[in-house]
Design a binder for this molecule. Structure first.
Ligand SMILES: *[C@@H]1O[C@H](CO)[C@@H](O)[C@H](O)[C@H]1NC(C)=O
Ligand SMILES: *[C@@H]1O[C@H](CO)[C@@H](O)[C@H](O)[C@H]1NC(C)=O
Length: 352
């Protein structure tokens, strides 16, 4: 009989004390109190195109056998990112053909994040890139939700610069989502002449995303005069990085952010500049690929239901996150769909 079996409540109290102490520490140390399980190894099915002997990335993208995925990685959302990666692999017919590109804040411990990914996914083909926070920190103006103001939230606007030039097309994914379908289907979305593809919502109130200052200034609102803009969520996008680079779209986004510093033209964080540059010009994706809003609204985080129709991707955008609500034992009903992808080790199974 061990001492833990004799005095379980003592150990529970000690553990809770440690937990309380660590929750008061800065988020950068959050990874130290989290340990993750190793995910199973996932294999290609026999029909998968080979990536061996084909110099991947140099061939025509329509026959490129690889799927390139970009995500951000930080201590605060690490648990979500791990679940997202697991979900991508688990539902892919050709998981060995997927290459992950993780962008981390220059202020976070990249080698620790890299080690955490390697430990849980020893067979994963991935790269980690630092994102220079100061590139964007001077351009961020405060929004209605502090989490939206984190510099890494803007990394999606810089992917064309951050990722190597041979990555010509990428699927960008937020860290608060899981896929329940094959990412290759999403990656194969025809882009036509568009730079990016995402599900569009033309029934949403587009005007809502910009201030009266914006709409009442004809020289600003004229930006939408030659197109029918519709809302889209920037948490799931297929991006043509070659066209992006050629058109210098990062600069176009930065120009709107500079303007926002001088006059308030929108309220949310990284989304409105994307809408300003791309709304009405994107290639459509079936709504099943971004069942968003499951985190609840930006103010109160109330539980939300799925939108009607099929589901390939569940996205907990909004104020709350499933792991937070599950830990608090106040989950929303749909959080049960995230839980199977959670790789966090239960606290008492920590390796010593
Ligand atoms: C980053 O993490 C590694 C591995 O856990 C550790 O050895 C190192 O001291 C950390 N570096 C910083 C700057 O905290
Ligand atoms: C980050 O960007 C700032 C501003 O552009 C620059 O001064 C700094 O040297 C950059 N840091 C690194 C590590 O590249």
């Amino acid at each position: 009989m061990t001492i833990i079996q004799l005095f379980p409540s003592l150990f529970l109290n000690l553990f809770l004390l440690l937990l309380l102490r660590s929750s008061a520490a800065p988020t950068a140390t959050a990874t130290i109190s989290q340990q993750f399980k190793e995910a199973p190894r996932y294999y290609n099915s026999p029909e998968c195109p080979s990536t061996v002997n084909t110099p991947p990335l140099t061939v025509d993208p329509t026959v490129d056998p690889t799927v390139q995925v970009a995500m951000t990685l930080d201590a605060a959302y690490l648990r979500g990112s791990m679940a997202a990666v697991l979900s991508v692999l688990q539902h892919s017919s050709c998981p060995e053909n997927i290459i992950f590109h993780f962008v981390t804040s220059s202020s976070s411990n990249a080698s620790l994040l890299r080690a955490t990914i390697s430990n849980s996914f020893p067979y994963l083909n991935f790269h980690v890139y630092p994102f220079n926070d100061s590139l964007v920190s001077g351009l961020i103006s405060t929004s209605i939700r502090a989490a939206l103001d984190c510099p890494l939230n803007y990394a999606r606007s810089y992917l064309a610069n951050i990722l190597p030039l041979h990555v010509s097309k990428v699927v960008y994914l937020d860290s608060d989502l899981v896929l329940v379908d094959d990412i290759a289907t999403l990656a194969a979305t025809p882009l036509g002449d568009s730079i990016l593809a995402a599900p569009e919502y033309c029934n949403a109130n587009f005007a809502f995303y910009f201030t009266p200052t914006f709409w009442s200034n004809p020289s600003l609102s004229a930006t939408f005069s030659d197109r029918k803009p519709c809302y889209f969520n920037t948490g799931v996008m297929v991006m043509d990085l070659d066209t992006w680079r050629a058109g210098e779209y990062t600069t176009k986004i930065e120009e709107w952010m500079e303007l926002q510093k001088r006059m308030r033209i929108y309220e949310l964080g990284s989304l409105p500049p994307f809408l300003l540059v791309f709304a009405g010009k994107i290639a459509p994706v079936n709504h099943r690929w971004n069942q968003h809003g499951l985190g609840g609204d930006n103010y109160r985080g109330l539980c939300r239901d799925l939108h009607p129709g099929p589901v390939s991707l569940l996205h907990w955008s909004g104020k709350s996150k499933p792991w937070v609500r599950l830990d608090a034992e106040r989950p929303c009903p749909l959080d049960a769909l995230w839980a199977p992808y959670d790789l966090l080790k239960p606290p008492f199974s920590f390796d010593s």
